[in-house]
Design a binder for this molecule. Sequence first.
Ligand SMILES: Nc1ncnc2c1ncn2[C@@H]1O[C@H](COP(=O)(O)OP(=O)(O)OP(=O)(O)O)[C@@H](O)[C@H]1O
Ligand SMILES: [Mg+2]
Length: 312
Amino acid sequence: MKTGALRRADAYAVPSAAAATPPEEIRHTLKGHSGASVVLHTTASHSYVRKTAGDMASNDRLLAQAAKQRDLGRNGIPFPRIFVSGLSETGHAFFDMAYIPGRTVADAVANAASFDVHAILSSVEKMLWLFRSCRGEAIPCEQFRLKIEAIERAAYESSGPDPALSDAILECSARLYGLEWDGIPESPAHGDLTLENIMVAADRRTVFIDCDQPWISSYWLDLGKLFQDCYGHWFLRSLYRSADTTVQLPNAIEKLEKLTTEFRALAEDDEPRISERLPQLAALNLFRALPYTDEPQTASFICERIRRVLDI
Ligand SMILES: Nc1ncnc2c1ncn2[C@@H]1O[C@H](COP(=O)(O)OP(=O)(O)OP(=O)(O)O)[C@@H](O)[C@H]1O
Ligand SMILES: [Mg+2]
């Protein structure tokens, strides 16, 4: 893929990266967890969201994300349309996409807002079954075990002086390592199918955002990401930390249960082996987050959730 040149959609004119910002443009930073910046640009005539790599080392990844988003959009999967992508004047990769007024599913669940579970389910089903139709061979179990060992090393090193936390990391790692990792098919995948990356648009459409190039590509791992939230409550981590968990957290968990039941039925529809593996796929995704957290409190939360999920 050419990264140096701007790519432009035929019928849409947005200011190029080099053009001066029109004085009337309003910019609003949207929330995100990664180093990428996600900014809503609004002018009198149009709005668009620009996602820009946090550093140049992330350029290829961001442009690969744009390419996948375009590709999936062309295959009928609802993603925001991309207008333009390329390198900014500072050499950072970016892409501009349609703004989707609405909220993420994570936000709707956390705030006990109403949404159409079946609309979400049918979009997820359509996307995952497209991936399933392109599945290939099983991924060698060794790849999972090597990954678990690598995460254990990185997480152990960054866990700090708390022996209880270090023990918890080793315990989670040993439990994960000992599970069956055979028969997981390689296939195209969204790559980061969390509830934070599924939007419920104001017009009630479901729209996916923030796809990624995963370490291993499989729609089973996409289901694992969904269950990292459904079983692992990863997207609710700040509510668990909040001093007042008396109302919002139980409400969110109750709201989540309906979604969880429906997603599990969807996985079972494919083959029972997936639903049996959902806890371990969810736990593996939780475990993968460990080396990226520099807060012992979050690391303990992850270990605690892994234990609970593997006990399901
Ligand atoms: N096209 C869009 N329309 C409306 N809101 C959007 C759009 N794209 C992103 N957002 C909002 O911005 C937030 C962050 O975007 P995104 O998920 O792409 O970034 P991120 O999670 O920080 O990045 P990454 O996972 O690539 O490191 C989303 O959760 C969503 O609320
Ligand atoms: Mg995201």
